[in-house]
Design a protein around this ligand. Structure first.
Ligand code: HEM
Length: 488
């Protein structure tokens, strides 16, 4: 035996049994960890090699609010399939979106990430992971949010009335903070669907407006999700911060108690339906309503805010003119749903500004699945970021530009529709999508049939996309515009 071999033998002999056990445990742990990485399979998936060993990078960029852009850059560099963590793969393709969200919507279950949206421990429509539980919750809710129910005149009238109130509030000043008013509008509209005639009046009643603060100004990313303990200390120590975080919470609780105690809600509302069901407990009704308020305020409010800001730029002059000409032909709220240019403006806004921050994460079913030519092991998290999907340049030329006309062009329309995913897909797609679009159309009608908007003189807020946990909102949480009569 060589001198080297004798030395090794001597070292092994010198080791105490305790050390041997430690080495054995570490070796087993290392082996188990390496096996869990599925390296022989995942090494074939494009992406930086070091991301195959950890999810720390993704946690880090998420905590800083850079996840959306970071993933987008990785896709630009590595193509439509990228491994972004040892347990997560991102796809940007129509085929993957279809497989994961549409045909596989019962197979590819939501991950435990969604648990943070449970309301006081209650599973609700949004958070249910088991497809059977989800289907059971959805059954009594679905027809309330159907397009035909939303387009009923009672629903549309209440939305139109709120849109007029929005304009009234904005006209009262030469510098209207539409970030605040649009979120107030979204809250009033979604609570109309839930509780009419006891919907919130946050546009015109100050105490209802406090609820908007809770939904649209609180720091969701660091405060509630990534560093809750650390941020609690910060909120407690820095004057004014606790108020920012909790302002409106008491008002929201009071509002829910008082509103749910009523018994004469309009027949089109969600609550009238849920109250008529014997086996739907009040605590679940409350949890569901809270969730729909949360889901319906930021999403619609943020998207409208980016849209109004875009329509206020001088470059949007021709778009606003075309929009106005068409809006002035409408004779009823129902007519709005059939206006092609208006719908194109809404679609284009949803393409650019509705996408969520996260990739709607799903688990690959056990046994693994072949997605876009790559074998993805079971239990790995997969998702399709709509931010990147909506910027695929083969489907959207000049993808970062706001061009409503693209939606009116027959050429390429199949490609565009296939990669358009603002509301998710399959059985888990957004239940509020018809409500959100009706709100957007009504608001655009109330504003641009009679007015144009320009940036207010004191508009200096940053309008970059700022990622929260699921949505991306304007970074400055403010957008000041001036409303000018269209003839002027
Ligand atoms: C522009 C506005 C909106 C956008 C972009 C949007 C987007 C989305 C997306 C992408 C999903 C799928 C989430 C996933 O699969 O993980 C979703 C689900 C959902 N949304 Fe919306 N949403 C909007 C407005 C609304 C409104 C107004 C409501 C009010 C009712 C609402 C209630 C919900 C609910 C309850 C779900 C869960 C559906 C299910 O799992 O069956 N959303 N939304």
């Amino acid at each position: 035996m060589s001198e080297w071999g004798t030395n090794i033998q001597q070292h092994v002999k010198d080791l105490r049994p305790v050390s041997l056990i430690v080495i054995l445990v570490v070796a087993i742990g290392l082996g188990w960890w390496l096996k869990s990485l599925h390296l022989p399979t995942t090494f074939k998936i494009p992406g930086p090699w070091y991301l195959k060993f950890t999810n720390l990078c993704v946690i880090y960029v998420e905590a800083l609010g850079h996840r959306r852009e970071w993933i987008h850059q990785l896709h630009l560099k590595y193509g439509p399939v990228v491994q972004i963590a040892h347990n997560e793969v991102s796809f940007v393709s129509y085929t993957a979106a279809k497989q994961i969200y549409v045909s596989g919507s019962k197979d590819f279950e939501k991950t435990d990430f969604y648990d943070i949206f449970q309301q006081r421990g209650h599973i609700n429509l949004f958070t249910a992971r088991d497809p059977h539980v989800h289907a059971k919750i959805k059954k009594p809710l679905a027809d309330r949010y159907s397009n035909s129910n939303i387009l009923k005149s009672k629903v549309m009238d209440s939305i139109a009335e709120r849109a007029q109130e929005f304009v009234k509030q904005c006209l009262a000043t030469r510098s209207a903070d539409v970030y605040l008013y649009l979120h107030a509008y979204a809250l009033d509209c979604v609570t109309s669907m839930l509780f009419h005639p006891y919907n919130a009046h946050s546009l015109d009643r100050k105490h209802d407006r406090d609820m908007v603060h809770l939904f649209s100004y609180a720091n969701v990313r660091e405060g509630n999700y990534y560093f809750p303990a650390l941020m609690s200390v910060y909120y407690a120590m820095v004057p004014g911060q606790q108020d920012k975080r909790t302002r409106g919470r008491d008002q929201l609780r009071r509002y829910m108690d008082e509103t749910l105690a009523k018994s004469d809600h309009s027949d089109f509302t969600l609550v009238s339906r849920l109250k008529s069901l014997e086996d739907f407990p009040e605590s679940l009704t409350r949890a569901e309503c809270m969730d729909h308020m949360g889901a319906g305020v930021e999403t619609t409010g943020d998207c409208l805010c980016f849209l109004l800001r875009e329509l206020s730029q001088p470059r949007s002059g021709p778009i606003v003119m075309s929009l106005r000409r068409e809006l002035q032909t409408a004779t009823s709220q129902q007519d709005l749903a059939n206006l092609s240019y208006l719908n194109a403006v809404v679609q284009e806004a949803l393409r650019l500004w509705a996408p969520g921050t996260l990739t709607l994460p799903r688990h690959v079913p056990s046994g693994g699945r072949l997605i876009d030519g790559y074998m993805i092991p079971g239990n790995i998290i997969v998702g399709v970021p709509s931010y990147s999907l909506h910027r695929l340049d083969y489907a959207f030329s000049e993808p970062f530009k706001f061009i409503p006309e693209r939606w009116l062009n027959d050429e390429g329309s199949v490609d565009r529709q296939r990669v358009f995913l603002p509301f998710g897909g399959g059985s888990r797609q957004c239940i509020g999508k018809f409500l959100a679009q009706a709100e957007m159309r009504s608001l655009l009608h109330a504003v641009y049939s009679r007015y144009r908007t320009i940036p207010a003189k004191d508009m200096d807020a940053c309008m970059d996309l700022d990622d929260q946990v699921l949505v991306s909102r304007p970074k400055g949480t403010s957008c000041k515009l001036e409303f000018v009569p269209a003839e002027a």
